[in-house]
Ligand binder design. Sequence first.
Ligand SMILES: C[S@@+](CC[C@H](N)C(=O)[O-])C[C@H]1O[C@@H](n2cnc3c(N)ncnc32)[C@H](O)[C@@H]1O
Length: 291
Amino acid sequence: MTTPQRDLHEGNRQSWNVATEAHNSHKGDQAAFYRDGGNKLYAEERELLGDIAGKRVVHLQCNSGQDTLSLVQLGAVAVGVDISDTAIEFAQQLSRDSGVPADFVRADVYDWLEETEADGETFDIVFCSYGAIIWLSDLKTWAKGISSVLKPGGKLVVVDFHPMSLCFDDDWTLKFPYSGFDGSGSLWVWEDGVGDYVATELQQASPDSELPGTQKFENPHPSYEFNWGIADILKALLGAGLVIDRFEEYPYSNSGHIPGMLQDERGKWVTPPEIPAIPLMYGITAVKPSD
Ligand SMILES: C[S@@+](CC[C@H](N)C(=O)[O-])C[C@H]1O[C@@H](n2cnc3c(N)ncnc32)[C@H](O)[C@@H]1O
C-alpha cells in the first residue's frame, strides 16, 4: 500500500476501543504500580533506547500509556499517541492517578505526524513497540513522517514481533506467507476483530492479567492488519533518509504471542521443543543524520 488507508484505520479505532476496555478489565491497580516507581519496559527496548533522561520522546501507538509512563520513569519527557479513544482516556486517567506526568493525544498516527511536522515540533526519540508495525498501512509515509519529527541526531527505536513468527498458525504449522517481498505489504482482515489477548495469552500469571475481568469477549468490529517483511521496514526507513545503526533479531519473545510457546528460565517465551529456533522479535534503531 502506498497511501495511508484511513478508512481502515477508522475500523481499527472501533475494534481497539472495545478490545482495550476488555484488556484493562484484567489489569490490577496500575496507578499504584507506577506511583511505586514501577516500569514495564523490557531489557531489549531499554538497551536500544539508551539513556533517555531529559529527552523528549514520542511513543507512537501507546495504547493505554503503560510504556509511556515507564519512559517517564526513566527521566524522559513523553507524549503518547494512539488512535483509540478508550486507550487515550485510560492513559490520561492513569497519568493523573499515578502522578506520573505525560501528555496523551488521540490521533491516527499519520495525521499526528503530518500535523506535528506542520507545527515544526521535533523529538529526540520516536518509540514504538510490540504490535505496532502491523497497524501501519503505508510504511513509506510513516517513515518520512518520523524523519520529519526527529531532531537532527535523533533516533527511532522499534521493538516488535518478528513477521516470520506471524506466518505460523496456532498449532505451529506454516499457514501464512511471509509478507511484503515486493514492498507492498498484505492486508489481513479479521472479522472477529482485536481479541482479548490479555485474558487468553499464555501470560495468565503476569501482573497484567491478574483480574478475571471481561469474560467471553466478542468484538463486533473487524480489524485490518497490514503485514510487512523486515526488508520493507528497513527499506522504508532508508528511503526516508534515516541511518540504520542497530538491527537485532531475538530467538525469543517478551510475550507468549503464539500458543504453545514456552517460558524459559529468564522468563522469555521461546518456540515449543519440536520447532527449531526462529526470530520471534526484532529491534531497530535508526538515526536522523545531523546535516
Ligand atoms: C498492540 S497495541 C500497542 C501496545 C503498545 N506497545 C503499548 O505500549 O502498550 C497497538 C496499538 O496501535 C494503535 N493503533 C492502531 N492503528 C493506529 C493508527 N492508525 N494510529 C494510531 N494508533 C493506532 C491501537 O489503538 C493500539 O493501541
